[in-house]
Design a binder for this molecule. Structure first.
Ligand code: IMP
Length: 388
């Protein structure tokens, strides 16, 4: 049995913190898509901040299995640094409890260069982590997978083929990537096979999404999207288990909206407005991967309804509710206007309403879904179960 946790907005909903909180109830926690573009922030018990890009946000739980699924694209340089950083700064080491799919595709320098070049022609505002070009290699079928990276004879032939596209000096990269392959070999295996066996033993699996629903390559606001599917429906494919094994879908959203990169953002606040500055500064709305300031805006129920229709979450988790207390008034978008016809309704609530749960009930009613958890701060224990 597996549950899926996904973001319902444009990423940065606080999924990492919720995965870390819920991980205690699962045996295995797995990422199923994306790569170094994700920036999941969690805090240790000593309140030290940790930003993860590839590793699932469960790594502080040393008794759990942490897994990187086949649907991911992996930059070995970033991943090795993440692993070493955990060991050096947080005394966390993996002893047989980190598994990396041999089918996940590898990001090479050529993909980083292509991402940078593509941005000059079409400004998507990518994280420049080579995500689009790595998925392109996968679908063009000239990609290199983790299984090849850890196998030096395969690596030599495949890397020279890939790198020749850009006349890059292949030998200057080969040794470096071979070393990454050697380091990661002990973690790399057929993770789908592993999960299928663990499912038979009735182990509980949490599949952790990255990036957010509105960045889905098919159902997001194309072309301002990431280069893979981010919806819950992709989760079983991205780890290689049957979709009939999925039980619950947990939809995480922030009490307001943010977006990094280009693309439509109906409830966006002017950067000169007082509310924008409050959300950005109090909410620390800067990209965890790139440090770029995030665009900020009001909660958008039209967008959320679409995300809910596409994912059908079992229950919802609302995050960063604590940031709203710095606002004297808050707005929620109920409808968009079209051709100058103002159809939308402004919903205004004051601080007291947030306290007496009026705000949550209003959102629940609008979305037709239960909000089960409310996150009230970045630390692991700053969370309230609403049904309590
Ligand atoms: P890419 O995934 O780096 O190709 O970037 C494509 C778009 O997705 C850009 O607008 C990025 O800012 C956005 N994006 C990718 N990953 C994340 C994320 O984890 N959080 C928020 N935005 C993201």
């Amino acid at each position: 049995m597996a549950d899926v946790l996904i973001g319902l907005q444009w990423g940065d909903e606080g999924k990492g913190k919720i995965t870390n909180y819920l991980a205690k109830d699962y045996d295995i926690i797995a990422r199923f898509q994306g790569g170094g573009n994700a920036g999941h922030t969690i805090y240790t018990e000593k309140q030290e901040k940790l930003v993860l890009h590839h590793l699932p946000s469960s790594v502080l739980h040393q008794d759990k299995i942490h897994l990187l699924g086949n649907g991911m694209v992996i930059d070995p340089e970033i991943l090795v640094n993440e692993i070493l950083n955990l060991k050096d700064k947080h005394n966390i080491e993996f002893f047989g409890n980190l598994l990396i799919s041999n089918k996940a595709h590898v990001t090479f320098p050529i993909h980083l260069i292509e991402d940078e070049e593509n941005e000059k022609f079409m400004k998507i505002g990518t994280t420049k982590k080579g995500i689009g070009p790595t998925y392109c290699s996968k679908y063009k079928r000239d990609g290199i997978r983790m299984g090849d990276l850890v196998n030096s004879s395969e690596l030599m032939a495949k890397m020279s083929n890939l790198m020749s596209r850009k006349i890059l000096n292949f030998y200057s990269f080969y040794d470096k990537y071979r070393n990454f392959g050697d380091y990661l070999a002990g973690f790399t295996c057929d993770t789908s096979d592993y999960l299928l066996k663990e499912i038979k033993k009735e182990k509980k699996i949490l599949l952790e999404g990255a990036n957010g629903t509105m960045l889905d390559i098919d159902h997001g606001d194309y072309p301002y999207v990431t280069s893979c599917n981010t919806l819950a429906a992709y989760a079983p494919l991205g780890v290689g288990i049957p979709l009939t094994e999925i039980k619950n879908i947990i939809g995480v959203f922030k009490a307001y909206s943010t977006r990094v990169g280009a693309g439509p953002f109906p409830t966006e606040l002017k950067q000169t407005s007082k509310e924008f500055r409050i959300l950005q500064e109090k909410g620390q709305e800067y990209g965890a991967t790139t440090g770029r300031p995030r665009r900020c805006g009001w909660l958008d129920l039209v967008q959320l309804k679409q995300a809910i229709a596409l994912n059908n979450p079992t229950y919802l988790v609302i995050t960063k509710i604590d940031i709203l207390r710095y606002l004297s008034k808050l707005k929620v978008c109920k409808q968009y206007s079209s051709f100058g016809q103002l159809q939308y309704d402004k919903f205004t609530v004051h601080g007291e309403m947030i306290n007496d749960q009026g705000f949550f009930r209003y959102i629940e009613k609008s979305l037709g879904k239960e909000i089960r958890y409310v996150s009230t701060g970045p630390l692991n224990d700053q969370i309230i179960k609403l049904t309590d």
